[in-house]
Design a protein around this ligand. Sequence first.
Ligand code: GSH
Length: 252
Amino acid sequence: MKVLLYVIPGSHPARAAELVLRTKGIPYKRRDLPPVISRFVVHRVLRFPGDRVPAMKVDGRRVQGSHDVYRELDALRPDPPLFPSDPELRARVEEAERWGDEIFQEIPRKISWWALKRRKADQASFLEGYKLGLPTRVLVATSPPLVRMAMRLNNSTDAVVREQIASIPAALDRVDGLIAEGVIGGEQPNAADFQLATTVRLLMAFEDLAPAIEGRPAGALARRIAPDAPGHVGPAFPAEWLAPLQAQAAPS
Ligand SMILES: N[C@@H](CCC(=O)N[C@@H](CS)C(=O)NCC(=O)O)C(=O)O
């Protein structure tokens, strides 16, 4: 069986797909693509139905999007399973996974382009370990048009980024709640663990956000599931945008 996984550097759902492949012990090859250009390559050149990563070929068969990738990998190698056998718990895991896929994932996606535009040198930290065919310093030096385009494609406006940051405390509460209820955080990670922990892990790459996450169950889970995530972004956001996080972190 030949598995090819298409990713872009720093992509949290792509990282999650890779972690699932490793957990299941499925041999795979990774193909690294530059962001934005990846959309054209994935859809037009590689002929996937959509234009995003994770995208995967299994013996030439195309599977795209974390939802479908997880289920494909679970069918290919059922052990260890990505979903609990108890139907009620499975439904809760699937609900958490869907929230991660559709809502929670968007937070770091939208804020990262905004921050990396302002902290150009930090882009290099996301490229570690990826092969894009050009030296990192060349990729970083030539990044501005790509970053501007990524901001447009992801709607990373000031207002949206501020709103996304303000939504982080409630999102982390939800992750902590899922851990407390035993939906995620068990000994054997399930689909929602991979989906949510990789998003929390990417948020922890931001110096502005890490203090509000470290020390929470969500932070510990993220470090356990995705210990070696690349990326580091120094202070980037205006203090007033971060106020909702500080309000929550402060002792009552
Ligand atoms: N919810 C989808 C999201 C896929 C997605 O948006 N992937 C991003 C990377 S995190 C992408 O392909 N972006 C291309 C780009 O920004 O140019 C999933 O988990 O599969």
